[in-house]
Design a protein around this ligand. Structure first.
Ligand SMILES: [Zn+2]
Length: 268
């Protein structure tokens, strides 16, 4: 028999932390938000362990690719949260304002990503008010101006990566019916013969990337005043990721074609 002892106030409190009541019981489903449905193998192991230790052993996925651990008794919610926190599941990189709110509601620490398009202190303050703890600025920022925004939140920029040019709901390789036989990594060629990589995530969203990567490893002096720099890997294989990280650590120049993006552009 279910014993209903959790008060509506407590139910509301844990709901704000991402725990939804399993109707008619004192058990809850804990929600873990993923970034585009992706978690590492180690995180998956940790969630599986937590589901057996604190829940009923079942894990489900919502249509929004959030993970739900079911059947957690009310009195074990804090232990469950502490277990995931210790495994490093406490921060969320948030590409939009909605994710900042969702991450916070789930008890995670939200970090703002470039998709929030922050270019000025007004937008930065708004994101701070929504709970962001730091911000990766829009890659359309000018570095000189971006470095002066840090009053409201620590700010960083993308320092390496094939920058996204466009996001599609329908896979541009296969047409409106979705990815079909698309492998998730393809390319579109323009009339000048330039190849633009296309990356499809979870077969739901596709991104068209710039053909030439941005790289700022040999321009460190321009990154002074920023709290962090992001190396954004998308289509690279592991060996290339390692090479880029070595170049970055050494502050070495990039031997292939690269771009500075819009970082050095001055608006007149
Ligand atoms: Zn596709």
């Amino acid at each position: 028999m279910a014993t209903l002892t959790v008060s509506p106030t407590d139910e509301k409190r844990v709901k704000a932390l991402g725990f939804l009541s399993n109707k008619g019981t004192d058990n809850f489903s804990g929600r873990i938000i993923t970034v585009n449905g992706k978690i590492t193998a180690a995180q998956q192991q940790c969630i599986a362990e937590a589901a057996e230790k604190f829940g009923n052993g079942n894990i489900t996925f919502t249509t929004r690719l959030t993970i739900e651990v079911q059947g957690i008794p009310y009195e074990k919610i804090e232990d469950f949260r502490a277990f995931l926190r210790e495994a490093g599941l406490e921060k969320a990189l948030c590409p939009g304002p909605g994710q900042l709110l969702l991450a916070k509601a789930a008890g995670l620490r939200p970090y703002g990503d470039y998709g929030l398009n922050v270019l000025n202190s007004c937008a930065l303050r708004a994101c701070r008010d929504l709970g962001a703890e730091d911000m990766t600025l829009s890659f359309e920022t000018n570095l000189r101006q971006g470095a002066s925004l840090g009053d409201y939140l620590p700010c960083g920029v993308i320092a390496y990566g094939y920058l996204p040019l466009m996001t599609f709901r329908a896979c541009p390789v296969q047409g409106p019916k979705g990815c079909g036989r698309c492998t998730g990594q393809a390319a579109l060629t323009d009339r000048l013969g330039k190849s633009f990589p296309v990356v499809c995530r979870g077969r739901q969203y596709s991104q068209l990337l710039n053909p030439v990567p941005l790289y700022q490893g040999d321009k460190r002096q321009l990154l002074e005043g920023f709290s962090h720099a992001t190396l954004r890997f998308t289509i690279e294989d592991p060996a290339r990721c390692i090479r880029v990280m070595q170049l970055w650590r050494e502050g070495a120049p990039f031997r292939e074609e690269r771009t500075n993006g819009l970082y050095l552009r001055e608006l007149k």
